[in-house]
Design a protein around this ligand. Structure first.
Ligand code: 13P
Ligand code: SF4
Length: 315
C-alpha cells in the first residue's frame, strides 16, 4: 500500500518497525477493519482486551478500539503510555450515561443502597462510581456474584441488562441506554435474511433488542461467537453484530458460510466510532505517541477497583 505519511511504500512494514522501536503492543477489538486486525498482536472482545492490557510488559499500548477500551487499559496500567489512533472514537452507550446523571441518581436514591454494576462501555468517571464492571462476556457471572441483600442498578445498556435478568432471574434496575448500532437490527431485517438462508443458525450480541435476541440460537459476546461458529454443525451462520466481526470469523472459521446480519438500512452494520481508526492513524499515533489517554489519579484509582474486581471474578 502506498502512503504519503512516510517515505516508504509499505505502511504495514512501517507500523511494525515503529512498534519495535516504541516497544509497543497493538491491541485491537473484533470490530476493527481487516488490516488493523491483521497487524495487531491480539484481537479480541472487551474482556480479553482488558486481560491482555493487564498482562502486557510493553511500554506503549496502541489500542485500536473505542475510547473507553483504551481508557480501561490506562486505568489498569497507569505507568504505561496508552495511545489510540482516533480520540473521537466514542460509544453511544458511554454517552447515554453521563457521570453527573449517574451521581445525581445515586444521591437521590441513597437509601436504596444500590450495588452498581456498570458495563465496560462507560467513561472512567462512571466506572469510578460503580461497585463492579462487567462486559458482555462475563455479565451473567458478575450479576450472579452480586450481594443478594442489595438491589442492583445495571448501567448503561438496557438490552444487555434485560438479557442478563432473563439469564439469572435476578431483578435489576436498568439504566436507559442502548447501542445505537445494535438496536438497528430488527425482527423483520433478520427474518428476511433467514428466509434467504432457511438452514442458517443465528448468533446475536446481547446489545440487540429482545425481539432480535428471541430469533437467535445463541446470544453471546464477540469472543464467544468464534467458538459458537466453530462448534455449530450448521454450515450457514447469520452473525448479528458489527459486520467487521466477520473479518476475524472468516480468518478463524474459514470453512463456514458467515453471513452479516442486515439492519433495515444496510446489508452490513458498521460502528461509526470503531471505523474512525485507520492504518494511517495507527501509524501516526505510534510515531507521535498522540492522542494519548490520560486520567486524573483520583478518577483512575476509583475506577481501578471495580475493574480489578471484575477481572478477579472472571478468572
Ligand atoms: P464485546 O465485549 O462483546 O466485544 O462487545 C463490545 C461492544 O462494544 C459491542 O458493541
Ligand atoms: Fe459502542 Fe455500539 Fe460501537 Fe459497540 S458497536 S462501540 S456499543 S456504539
Amino acid at each position: 500500500m502506498s502512503t504519503t505519511l512516510t517515505s516508504s511504500t509499505d505502511l504495514r512494514a512501517d507500523i511494525l518497525a515503529l512498534k519495535e522501536e516504541r516497544k509497543a503492543v497493538i491491541l485491537a477489538h473484533n470490530y476493527q477493519n481487516a488490516e488493523i486486525q491483521e497487524i495487531a498482536d491480539y484481537v479480541g472482545d472487551s474482556l480479553g482486551l482488558a486481560f491482555r492490557a493487564q498482562e502486557t510488559d510493553a511500554e506503549v499500548i496502541a489500542f485500536c478500539g473505542v475510547h473507553f477500551m483504551a481508557e480501561t487499559a490506562k486505568i489498569i496500567n497507569p505507568t504505561k503510555t496508552v495511545v489510540i489512533p482516533d480520540a473521537e472514537a466514542g460509544c453511544s452507550l458511554e454517552m447515554a450515561c453521563p457521570k453527573e446523571d449517574l451521581a445525581a441518581f445515586l444521591r437521590k436514591n441513597r437509601e436504596k443502597n444500590y450495588y452498581v454494576i456498570t458495563y465496560i462501555n462507560s467513561s472512567a468517571e462512571v466506572k469510578a462510581l460503580s461497585d463492579v464492571i462487567c462486559t458482555s462476556g462475563n455479565a451473567v457471572r458478575i450479576v450472579e456474584a452480586a450481594p443478594k441483600d442489595r438491589p442492583i442498578l445495571f448501567a448503561p445498556d438496557e438490552n444487555l441488562g434485560t438479557w442478563v435478568q432473563q439469564q439469572t432471574g435476578r431483578e435489576m434496575e436498568l439504566w436507559h441506554g442502548t447501542c445505537y448500532l445494535h438496536v438497528e437490527f430488527t425482527r423483520d431485517s433478520i427474518l428476511q435474511i433467514k428466509d434467504e438462508y432457511p438452514d442458517a443458525v443465528i448468533v446475536a450480541h446481547p446489545e440487540c433488542t429482545t425481539a432480535v435476541r428471541l430469533l437467535a440460537d445463541e446470544v453471546c459476546s464477540t469472543e464467544k461467537m468464534i467458538s459458537f461458529c466453530r462448534n455449530t454443525p450448521a454450515q450457514d451462520i447469520i452473525v448479528v453484530t458489527e459486520s467487521n466481526m466477520l473479518n476475524r470469523l472468516r480468518r478463524e472459521v474459514p470453512d463456514k458460510n458467515l453471513i452479516a446480519g442486515p439492519t433495515e438500512r444496510c446489508a452490513c452494520a458498521e460502528c461509526k466510532f470503531m471505523k474512525l481508526n485507520t492504518m494511517e492513524k495507527l501509524y501516526r499515533c505510534l510515531r507521535d505517541l498522540q492522542p494519548e489517554v490520560t486520567l486524573s489519579e483520583s478518577v483512575r484509582k476509583a475506577a481501578e477497583a471495580p475493574i480489578l474486581r471484575m477481572l478477579e471474578l472472571s478468572k
